[in-house]
Design a protein around this ligand. Structure first.
Ligand code: 6PG
Length: 483
């Protein structure tokens, strides 16, 4: 087959694909282009063709022929069937040694399946998490590629040329084989959900709890962005809260329907954590909170029920407003630490389950820039993993252990006042419950084991002897027997 001049190609030229193609061209790559509808390709060439070296094609065959060996193509089309269709077309047209990269938010188990199928045809298949939205795709995303070491040798330099840069380092690393990249991206999105939920609960405490206006709250988030909470999500929260609705002049946040959407990655994170028996309580509560917000029938029904409970105004109880704002900031930071610790626990559990060797410190480093959860504190997270202090749990690293110790009183005041005055803070409270569970020397799970043995003879362990035991509960008083 003919060999072309493009060292990388992009299939799927919607916003993400077009912006990634432009970013690649801006950084010295010769970029082959293909889109099912050629009009999209023509539009990109008309509007941005002079930004770098592009090679547009009308057919997949033409596209593949325009690539230099090892032919490398990044797919950015809808996850699921559209991705499968494009993979099939590319695999039919490519030759052994060529590389297919899925840059969409594909489910990691689909990626494991696809990698195996494509590898059997002599090609490389890379599932690559791309984070940072359209802006990131154009100006520097965080990139989480999986795949073989051989494919990384070709793909690595190309991805490093377009990734965001944090502390002088490109925000891309080879995560691990087959589905590792998409697994880490999935957990990134789960942490993103938790981050956003914790920010939303902080907003609710200030809005409904303290009666503050969006503009005032924006100023608080802007100030918090100068502290250890410095992050992209805190920064954009202040912008969203400052935004006025052009039509009504009201704060835009007040005219937005309060039903949160979700495309599925956060849900996958929780489903996978459940299958790995790894608590991700903050992420789970964030997913359920989005679900509750969209349960229209039940919420409309609840409004008609006049369900008894406080209205959420905690002005007086909170006492000194500035002091309570600091309480909320501390509670937010402590809960955020728990959410990240749980996310990294899930990555560890996934690595063990699927045979990946994932460098947690490297993951934290590439999340410092480009991605949606980019945050100052990821420098400390990566240090904690680098030093080994976070090996068992991020919460045991001295920096985070001390931060949570300092936040204790505030965290508990916020959760208890929110409960007393009726402001729902599921992520704050579940994170605190997880922390208290983790540090408890004895948990009520002993009683659960007794209950399970009573009704199901499921046996239990003893603290003073090895093995499994069962009690003949029917004849009370009879000694337990060693199962
Ligand atoms: C990113 C984002 C992105 C996310 C979409 C939809 O890393 O750039 O996480 O991949 O999937 O913004 O997010 P929802 O799951 O909230 O619909």
């Amino acid at each position: 087959m003919a060999e072309g001049t493009a060292n990388i190609g992009v299939v799927g030229l919607a916003a993400m694909g077009s912006n990634l193609a432009r970013n690649l061209a801006h950084h010295g790559n010769t970029v082959a282009l293909y889109n099912r509808h050629y009009e999209r390709t023509e539009k990109l060439m008309a509007e941005h063709g002079d930004e770098g070296s592009f090679v547009p094609s009308r057919t997949v065959e033409e596209f593949v022929a325009s690539l230099a060996r090892p032919r490398t193509a990044i797919i950015l089309v809808k996850a699921g069937a559209p991705t499968d269709a494009v993979i099939g077309e590319l695999a039919d047209a490519m030759e052994p040694g060529d590389i297919i990269v899925d840059g969409g938010n594909s489910y990691f188990k689909d990626t494991i399946r696809r990698e195996k199928e494509i590898r059997a045809r002599g090609l490389h298949y890379v599932g690559c998490g791309v984070s940072g939205g359209e802006e990131g795709a154009l100006n520097g995303p965080s990139l989480m590629p999986g795949g073989t070491d051989e494919s990384w040798r070709t793909l690595g330099p190309i991805l490093k040329s377009i990734a965001a840069v944090a502390e002088g380092e490109p925000c891309v690393t080879h995560i691990g084989k087959d589905g590792a990249g998409h697994f880490v991206k999935m957990v990134h999105n789960g942490i993103e959900y938790a981050d956003m939920q914790l920010i939303a609960e902080s907003y609710d405490l200030m809005r409904r709890g303290l009666g503050m206006e969006p503009g005032e709250i924006a100023d608080v988030f802007a100030q918090w962005n100068t502290t250890e909470l410095n992050s992209y999500l805190i920064e954009i929260t202040a912008e969203v809260l400052r935004q006025k609705d052009e039509k009504t002049g009201k704060p835009l946040v007040d005219v937005i329907v309060d039903h949160a959407g979700m495309k599925g990655t956060g849900t996958w994170t929780v489903q996978t954590a459940l299958s790995l028996a790894t608590p991700v309580t903050g992420i789970a509560e964030a997913v359920f909170a989005r679900g509750l917000s969209s349960q229209t029938a039940q919420r409309e029904g609840a409004a008609k029920q006049d369900l008894k409970g406080p209205e959420g105004a905690l002005h007086v109880a909170a006492g000194d407003r500035d002091a309570f704002l600091e309480d909320i900031r501390q509670a937010l930071y402590a809960s955020k630490i728990v959410a990240y610790a749980q996310g990294f626990d899930e990555i560890n559990a996934g690595a063990r389950e699927y045979g990946w060797d994932i460098d947690q410190a490297a993951v934290a480093r590439i999340w410092r820039g480009g991605c949606i959860i980019r945050a100052q504190f990821l420098n400390v997270v990566s240090d904690a993993f680098e030093s080994g202090e976070a090996d068992v749990s991020m919460l045991f690293a001295p920096y985070f252990k001390e931060a949570i110790a300092r936040a204790q009183d505030s965290w508990r005041r916020v959760v208890s006042l929110a409960a007393t005055y009726g402001v729902p803070v599921p992520a704050f409270s579940s994170s605190l419950a997880y922390y208290d569970g983790l540090r408890s020397p004895r948990l009520p799970a002993a009683l659960i084991q007794g209950q399970r043995d009573f009704f199901g003879a499921h046996t239990y362990g003893r603290i003073d002897a090895p093995g499994a035991f069962h009690t003949l509960w029917a004849e009370s008083g009879r000694p337990e027997i060693k199962a």
